[in-house]
Design a protein. Structure first.
Length: 94
């Protein structure tokens, strides 16, 4: 498991390479932030951008807590994976 900054328990990485940007990276970042706020975990998580993950044919892609990349991600699928990660760590999920 990756080591996080103090107080950070979750990390969401969203690729923002050109293909991912064209196919919804901005919406993925917003969905992740909204879901974290909804669950009261925004101060325990980071949503970060990766310049390009080399998975352009699977764009857009995102990753929660270092798990496998979510291919052709949609806000709904990213929220679902984020909720799984939150539940795994014992966080409350709304």
């Amino acid at each position: 498991m990756a080591q996080h900054a103090e107080g950070i328990q979750h990390t969401v990485v969203v690729c923002t390479g050109s293909d991912c940007r064209k196919k919804g990276a901005r919406e993925l970042k917003k969905a992740a932030r909204d879901q974290l706020k909804k669950n009261g975990c925004a101060d325990q998580a980071m949503v970060v951008e990766a310049k390009c993950c080399g998975l352009c044919k699977q764009a857009p892609v995102a990753c929660v807590d270092g798990a496998d990349w979510i291919s052709k991600a949609k806000p709904k699928s990213l929220k679902r994976e984020l909720n799984r990660a939150l539940l795994h760590r014992g966080s409350r999920v709304a």
